[in-house]
Design a protein around this ligand. Sequence first.
Ligand code: ASP
Length: 415
Amino acid sequence: MPGQRWLLPAMLVGIILGAIGGWYFGPQMVSLAWLGQIFLDALKMLIVPLIITSMITGISQLGDIRKVGRTGGTVLIYYFATTGLAVLLGIILVNIIQPGHVGEWAGGEVPEAVRGKEGMGLVVILRSFISPNIVQSMVNMDILPLIIFSLFFGALLTTIEAQKRDTVISFFDGANQAIMKMVHLIMWLAPIGVFSLIGSRLGEAGGGSGFLTEFSRLGRYSLTVIVGLLIHGGIVLPLILYFFAKRNPFHYFIGMARALSTAFSTASSSATLPVTLDCTELNNRVSRRSSLFVLPIGATINMDGTALYESVAAIFIAQATGHHLGFGEQAIIFVTATLAAVGAAGIPQAGLVTMVIVLRAVGLPLEGIGMILAIDWFLDRCRTTVNVWGDAVGAAVVDHLEPTPLPEGSSPPQC
Ligand code: ASP
């Protein structure tokens, strides 16, 4: 972003200082958590207006409704193919590394975050697509119904009388551009924000020694998730970017670095969405039409990192609790982990809750979630980074595969 070139180095310094502060000062850093909270709240404040204006502008810029359908198909194929690859990778790694076959499981409790969600199933996920009260969804920040509403609204807007259509589209387009300018202002807070978010969370975990204790207790499990995320984010997605979008993965990664640092610091794809949109359009020159269409949906349903983690965690729990999983059960895990990732909201530790679906599908104890809880805050940050990276790669792929000249009267990308 012109004029904010200092931002990425400043954010990286913020993350490093936050990690050092949290490591050495431990719980004392928690008293600085409010600084990060202000940054997070400022980003969250933009989510609802950004989703609505982005989706409506993005879809209406696709042109006529047939084009919406075609591009939508490409987007869905990308989401499901990459999520499926991530789950498969997780299943292969956890079967090779066998992290759960170390030590005995002493039993445990269903964690607080999951209590009351035991009844969660696929029907609950399907029902969450539609809301009877769209205002209530905005209040509760239920993103999925907002996306569905905006998607239909934007698509059908392309079918009404030209003059009225253009007026409405230009209203939402203008609102969207103004919100993106707000993102630029909020990013001034980012270096302090990420410093505080990382430092205080590490402090909450008991500083460096607390973190190392948590990490070593679940070391093989954590490493399996991290190796999987590195392979998916560092090899699979860059290859897709190179072959299907004809982009240089390294340059594209650097262009996204601000969004990826935000994802790691906030552990929320939704809170990162404003920054993801900004980096994709301005740094990586993905057309506004593609990024506005692909990224808001992606932040909610395309979660490669979460999908990979769900499959590793479920099979780890099976191994640790002495449940043998045959091919059929692992196939069930493949399907349910994909759907559980789709159903997870883009908020911290949402994947932990939707894991109930995977565990119940193959009859594993929900108490197993208690085993992996201690380290989840850290793995959540890692998987959220891959989730956001997967969305950004998707925007480039769709932009390359579905090029559409901008319709007359719509504004070009803001470079
Ligand atoms: N925190 C993740 C995200 O926002 C979701 C999860 O896996 O818990 O993308």
